[in-house]
Each structure stands twice: as C-alpha cells, then as structure tokens.
Design a binder for this molecule. Structure first.
Ligand code: FES
Length: 103
C-alpha cells in the first residue's frame, strides 16, 4: 500500500535547483521549479550518475555524466542518450514539509 512519507522541510528544496535526499532507503532527487516541487529517483537510467549533481534548467534536469536530459515532471527522457524514463513520486506539501508518496 502506498503511503505519504515526510521527506524534508519545504524550504530545504532550493528554487531552480536540485538536491538529493534519502527517504526510506531510497535515493531521491527533489527539484524546485516555478514554486512547485518535483521528485524522481536520483539515479540516471542511462548510467551511474546522480541527477542531483546535474544541471536543472526549467523542467529539465541534465545528467552530469553524458548530458542526457529528463523532464522532472513526468520522468520522460527529452534528450539522448537517456531513453528509459526515470521513476517519479507524487509530492504533497503540508505544514511546511514535503511528503512523498512511496509504495
Ligand atoms: Fe546519465 Fe549517461 S549516466 S546520461
């Protein structure tokens, strides 16, 4: 059953930037975009690079290793060499905290 997990304080997620957090043993990237917060797995689906070390521009995260890109809103690749989507997590902000829905 999926549940909402308290991840971090909302103000720890920088606007127009990305951070990596550990939530229930999962490595997750949190992105601040236009006042919204999005969450994906932190590991690139192309290789062993952490997306939190990449460069966020608008809704796209550029992987630091081979410069593939993913849309952080839906996890879909937008630039080669990434071809596999990255998993995304529903986000809820309540009481100044960021909650993620994790199975
Ligand atoms: Fe991310 Fe290759 S590891 S693009």
């Amino acid at each position: 059953m999926s549940q909402w997990i308290d991840a971090v304080a909302a103000d720890e997620v920088p606007q127009d930037d990305v951070i990596g957090v550990q939530v229930q043993g999962l490595d997750i990237a949190l992105y601040g975009v236009n006042g919204e917060i999005y969450a994906t797995d932190n590991l690139c689906t192309h290789g062993h690079a952490r997306l939190c070390d990449g460069f966020l521009e608008g809704h796209e995260i550029e992987c630091p290793l081979h410069q593939g890109k993913i849309d952080v809103r839906n996890g879909q690749p937008t630039c080669q060499p990434i071809t596999e989507p990255v998993r995304t997590y529903p986000v809820m902000i309540e009481g100044g905290r960021v909650f993620l829905q994790i199975d």
